[in-house]
Design a protein around this ligand. Structure first.
Ligand code: SAM
Length: 683
């Protein structure tokens, strides 16, 4: 995926309508953009009828995918109709790809053309993501709308939206699109978008019954769509346009495929073993048991509850967030890299999503503060990287921007000495136990206090037992979000989780005039005072099981902060006497990415892919072996607050059979099965 993104180059005509200078084409009909959208995309996909007939006995999700988000007009028009006619327990998931996103100014100006859509347009603008390539998920209208913007080239992005190209995935019915809006500029002006690659990616994401509509009737589009299995019909176009096209994926004769029957020849040249593919059926019961009441467990419980699922949230302590998520203040800790990698990409998605996820909580000041985070270099090497990072993200200053000494002094309120830093204005700190409690307060979430010792699977259902063998919960779907505790379950004992001790310190605020206004992170971190004390931290000790607060660790925290910037020392005491603190144990993985996804059956997986130990490139055309209905969310290290919300969204999508909020390559990079495969490949 490209690391670069360019904004749309737009000019405005005499009527104030946006025109693309790149493509020399209009964004929407000069006569009436909104009427054209309603006729071409909404009516010809039969959306008013389909939506008013959705069954109300179960909640669900209807997915539209669009080429060319542009000004967001099609999205807003679809959303307006959805909110009027669709049942309240259904969500509209609108996925739209955009290679040249409008900058914020143009976006605002374009949306102001539609006063009737103003309320939704304002919410959309407030959530418009930073201009970084890749996937961006937004939730709007009280969770009745879900928008996933894919910033990049259409064909490539839709390939990444599909779980796999493997025939087994195509037949699984997971992650499918219900209706397509084909809206890029006219094929004559934009031939590069309307490619065979795009049409095949569309077919891979479509099922029998998936419909499409497009304003163009160009032969290349009709033939391309027919070639991949769509039935096509030409009908009168909108306004002065003679013709347009609508269609539907042809009924396919359903073929039962067993993995063993699949021969390499049927693989369209795919050679990587699709070990990441989970072909177990989805649960129909819309109930899950979540084990673990920290930020990982609470955010996944909340993501499912918002989808209409009922959740039993099991935590051994009376209070939620009692372990690694239990610090009095937690910061949304940013980490940036000068280049792209799965870790840095997930970090970016996590931060961008978190800045939207915590916004409603930040609006209530007692849950935290969106005060901004100032990042100072930890080393000389980092100091050299900072300008490169600032340059890499120069087009999204709301995510981060480089700042000099004077700006840092003004932002922080301290007499900092560092000459340069990175400022993330949309991040801040939260009170993790209060956030967890707020997430778990959804009426669909039932809290249970119990310690689970064993998991048993019988008759398609998991039973969660305590140490006396009592059944605490039963569910077809279970999410294990209990950090290191995963080591004690037979099913997950193989996971390479490490424990890292961390101690934070709490320092009383003095009467001095100096007050810290932002979070500062470097070798250590410090957050603005809460209830008269500053939280700072944290130590990092592998293989240290001591749970006691230690004076020596308070000293380490003070020293790290002074080394971050001597200017911070005006807030710090001279000695560690009487400092309060707290110890927690982070749970991390060898590659520092969390484990998010279905739980692999280690032995069966090893047997199935054994050949990889002899030939790491061996072609084994079989999907992975996963426990039915068992999922994992763990290994967040110090980044639970930043990563857990987007990870929860990914898990909820996998559990409900929806398209993922991150690209396929990242789904693989987060898969809990990756270490088994890596071990095999290493022989
Ligand atoms: N649906 C839009 C709306 O409601 O405002 C109008 C879309 S406009 C006619 C076409 C859009 O497709 C432009 O925003 C353009 O940047 C985008 N686009 C063009 N080629 C593309 C490509 N190859 N991949 C992704 N997006 C592309």
């Amino acid at each position: 995926m490209s690391d670069k993104l360019n904004n749309a180059d737009i000019h405005w005509d005499e009527n104030g309508q946006p025109i693309s200078s790149q493509y020399d084409d209009v964004y929407f009909s000069r006569a009436s953009g909104i009427e054209e959208t309603r006729y071409v995309f909404l009516q010809q996909n039969h959306l008013p009828e389909r939506w008013s007939q959705l069954p109300t006995d179960k909640s669900g999700c209807f997915t539209i995918a669009e080429t060319g988000f542009g000004t967001g007009l099609n999205f807003l028009a679809a959303a307006e109709l959805w909110l009027k006619v669709a049942p309240k327990n259904w969500r509209l998931h609108f996925v739209s790809v955009e290679k040249f996103p409008l900058n914020r100014e143009d976006f605002q100006k374009a949306l102001s053309l539609w006063p009737e859509l103003a309320t939704l347009a304002e919410e959309l603008q407030a959530n418009y993501p930073p201009q970084i390539p890749g996937f961006h998920r937004l939730h709007l209208a009280n969770n009745r709308l879900q928008l996933t913007l894919l910033f990049g080239e259409a064909a490539e992005m839709f390939e990444q939206l599909a779980g796999s190209d493997h025939p087994l995935w195509q037949h699984s019915g997971h992650g499918k699109v219900d209706a397509w809006f084909l809206d890029g500029f006219a094929p004559s002006k934009n031939p590069d978008m309307w490619t065979e690659q795009l049409f095949s990616a569309m077919a891979n994401l479509s099922d029998a019954g998936t419909t499409l509509a497009t304003f163009t009737a160009a032969g290349i589009v009709r033939r391309g769509l027919q070639a991949v299995g769509f039935n096509i019909e030409k009908i009168p176009g909108f306004g002065h346009k003679r013709e347009m096209v609508r269609g539907a994926m042809a009924e396919q004769i359903s073929v039962e495929i067993t993995p063993e029957e699949l021969q390499p020849a049927s693989y369209n040249g795919i050679t990587e073993a699709p070990w990441y593919l989970n072909t177990n059926p989805l649960s129909n019961t819309q109930h899950a048991a979540v084990l673990g009441g920290g930020i990982a467990g609470c955010s996944v419980a909340s993501a499912l509850a918002k989808r209409g699922w009922h959740v039993t949230l099991i935590e051994r302590h009376q209070q939620l967030a009692n372990e690694a998520s239990g610090n009095p203040q937690g910061i949304i800790y940013p980490k940036f890299s000068k280049q792209d990698s799965p870790l840095s990409r997930f970090g970016l998605y996590g931060l961008s999503y978190a800045s939207r996820f915590y916004r409603p909580f930040w609006q209530h000041n007692e849950l935290g503060q969106q005060c901004g985070v100032l990042l100072l270099p930890e080393s000389e090497k980092q100091a050299k990287d900072f300008p490169l990072i600032a340059e890499r993200f120069a087009h999204c200053p709301e995510l981060l921007h480089g700042v000099g000494n004077l700006a840092m002094k003004q932002l922080s309120g301290l007499n900092l000495k560092a000459e340069q830093g990175l400022h993330c204005p949309n991040l801040g700190w939260v009170i993790p136990p209060k956030i967890c409690a707020a997430l778990a307060s959804h009426p669909n979430i039932n809290r249970v206090t119990a310690e689970i010792d064993t998991l048993e699977f019988e008759q398609n259902c998991w039973r969660l037992l305590d140490c006396q063998g009592n059944t605490v919960a039963e569910s077809e779907t279970v999410i294990l979000a209990a950090s290191h505790e995963l080591a004690k379950f037979e099913q997950t004992a193989h996971l390479p989780l490490k424990r890292i001790r961390g101690q934070i310190s709490q320092v009383a605020q003095t009467d001095s005039d100096v007050k810290l206004n932002t979070v500062i992170c470097g070798k250590g971190y410090i957050a603005p005072a809460l209830n008269g004390s500053y939280t700072l931290g944290a130590t990092y000790n592998l293989r240290d099981e001591c749970a006691d607060v230690r004076d020596s660790d308070h000293q380490t925290n003070l020293t790290k902060l002074t080394e971050t910037d001597p200017g911070i020392s005006e807030l710090l005491p001279k000695s560690t006497t009487n400092l309060q603190g707290r110890v927690g144990f982070r749970c991390t993985t060898p590659d520092y990415l969390p484990l998010v996804g279905p739980a692999p059956k280690a032995d069966e997986m090893q047997q199935r892919f054994e050949l990889l130990s002899k030939n790491a490139r061996a072609h084994i055309p079989l999907p992975g072996k996963y426990y039915q209905g068992l999922y994992i969310s763990a290994g967040y290290g110090s980044r639970g607050l930043s990563y857990a919300p987007i990870a929860a969204e990914l898990l909820a999508a996998q559990i409900c059979g929806e398209t993922a909020p991150v690209e396929r390559d990242l789904v693989k990079a987060l898969s809990p099965a990756r270490f088994l495969i890596r071990e095999l490949k290493r022989g």
